[in-house]
Design a binder for this molecule. Sequence first.
Ligand code: FES
Length: 193
Amino acid sequence: MVDPVSVSLGATLTLLLVVLHYAKGSGWEPRADISQEVLEQRAETVPETDFPEPMNRSIGGGAAGAIPAGEAEGELAEGGEDEADEGFDPDAIAEDEVEYYEVEFEKEGETIEVANNETILDASEDEGWDLPYACRQGQCVSCGGRIQEGDALDYVRHSNNEALFEDDMEDGYCLTCVAYPTDDFTIETGEQP
Ligand code: FES
């Protein structure tokens, strides 16, 4: 026969042991937050990348965000017309200094006069021609055109160029959205390097 007094005494002792165990604690301590340390260690193992890469120019505005402005400018300007373009502001051309040049649009089969404070793209749109473009800020090559006479930099200057390399311009390519004429020339629109 079970003695109820023994059972309750046993249960009480067991309960007491459990309470004592938890009151003492397990001795576990949380570790300090090392997430920042881990992130820094991992960052050190990732090699630096050499932006800009040639293909980046097709990304458009995004590329401008990814490339520190100074570096991108340096690479594009190296020995190129961009140095001459630096600081070129078409709005600074006084009224009596505005000059006009004959620009022949080969595909459109027409020659129009374009002012030196007007972009090739704007002038063509005034004619009602629907030429390609995207950013209108010299950051992609959507509006690209090719000057037939040779080095584009002998015929236009860019107010901004973040997409064409020196070689491209030597081959006659220009960005019509930011290109202002400095001479007469023939251009084939819708041409990218
Ligand atoms: S439209 Fe993007 S460079 Fe001209």
